[in-house]
Write a protein that binds this ligand. Structure first.
Ligand code: PMP
Length: 381
């Protein structure tokens, strides 16, 4: 077997969810909501399913969805994408794989940032690329010019950027966007931007795509996911957007991964993306309330919660909470002793991990959050 995959452990998300299912623990580990999916979006997909939209759709995605994605980004992020620059994929995961396969040749270096989403590095290495890791630190997880420059070389082919960032919820500042754009232009590199959390921003913050920086429109692959926007993680409908010379090659990688994505689900997502702005504002407000409920409860129990401006996640600094445990030890304690599953942030590091931060998912009903908080009241000392 290929040694890279043969040596990989199962992802921490699958492991923790399986343990939560087996033990009956409340699962605040893997990021998925237990409520809040829009019924009309589900109905639109169901109508397409029963109405007979069940054969291979076009390889690039159904025209309605490609147009809806371009129109959605024009309305919400002032982007000037056309439908021809959009490829529908089976989740952001497939878009990431297609982007890496289309961009990276053996020996190419790809800059990525720790904490990093677990798919990035294996995908790059399987494509023959070399990961150049930049380490980010709590509480603000800021990218510095020195660290970025140190990771660049004459072989830099691409960067992979996740903003808003899973697990921390950090969002790129204007200075960081400029830094990354300057770096890509100086190294003639492509930016693969994982923006699946773009709509889950709180306290009035809005997501600004790296693609809007001067010089980046022609060198950015912007990746999104309906799973996060509509709280429908099991649908696995995603997309990638890029200027035509890049998009043409992305489509060739996509055609041999999944070729297409279920057309009925695409129809539902096209309907959903065209929803009124108030839908997205309400969704954000609902998620902000659940974030604040979890933060208030954790703070009440003496946990030191880090700034969490975006995503479905809240992070806690254990050391600052007066808990002398590593993140992994705490997660073992929480699932075994009190029945709550969380994720150790060290799992998002490939080397030299931050070991004092845990991630909990707040995208849950009040009842689920309150039950988890009641259990976490008996915190370890
Ligand atoms: N990138 C990031 C940063 C994510 O958090 C996730 C989902 N957890 C994905 C990609 C995968 O998205 P999808 O489910 O659409 O494949």
């Amino acid at each position: 077997m290929n040694p890279l995959y043969a040596a990989l452990p199962p992802t921490i998300f699958a492991t923790m969810s399986a343990r939560a299912r087996a033990t009956g623990a409340i699962n605040l580990g893997q990021g998925f909501p237990d409520d809040g999916a829009p019924q009309d979006v589900i109905d639109a997909a169901a109508a397409a399913l029963t109405g007979g939209r069940n054969q291979y759709p076009p390889m690039w995605g159904i025209p309605e969805l490609r147009s809806a994605i371009a129109a959605h980004y024009a309305a919400h992020q002032a982007l000037d994408l056309t439908a021809d620059e959009v490829i529908v994929t089976s989740g952001a995961t497939e878009a990431l794989a297609a982007a890496v396969l289309a961009v990276v040749s053996p020996g190419d270096e790809v800059v990525m940032f720790q904490p990093l989403y677990d798919a990035y590095k294996p995908l790059v290495e399987r494509a023959g690329g070399v990961a150049r890791l930049v380490r980010l630190e709590p509480p603000h997880w800021t990218i510095t010019a020195e660290a970025l420059e140190a990771a660049g070389s004459a072989r830099t082919r691409a960067i992979i950027v996740n903003s808003p960032l899973n697990p921390s919820g950090a969002m790129l500042s204007a200075d960081e966007r400029k830094l990354l754009a300057d770096f890509c232009i100086a190294h003639d590199a492509i930016a693969i931007c994982d923006e699946v959390w773009e709509h889950l921003t709180f306290d009035g913050a809005t997501h600004v795509p790296l693609m809007t920086e001067p010089g980046m429109r022609e060198r950015t692959i912007k990746i999104g996911s309906a799973g996060k926007i509509f709280a429908l993680t099991g649908w696995k409908v995603g997309w990638m957007c890029a200027a035509p010379p890049i998009a043409d090659v992305l489509a060739k990688a996509h055609q041999f991964l999944t070729f297409t994505t279920p057309p009925n689900l695409q129809t539902g997502v096209a309907y959903g993306l065209a929803k009124d702005r108030s839908y997205f504002d309400d969704m954000r407000a609902r998620n902000q309330r659940s974030r604040d409920r979890l933060i208030a409860g954790l703070t009440g129990h003496g946990y030191a919660v880090l700034p969490c401006p975006a995503t479905w996640f809240v992070t806690v600094d254990l050391a600052a909470s007066g808990i002398a445990m590593t993140d992994t030890e705490w997660c073992e304690w929480a699932i075994d002793a009190v029945g709550v599953a969380g994720i150790p942030v060290s799992a998002f590091y490939d080397e030299n991990p931050v070991t004092n931060v845990i991630r909990l998912c707040h995208a849950k009903t009040d009842a689920t959050l309150d039950a988890a908080l009641a259990r976490l009241g008996g915190r370890p000392k």
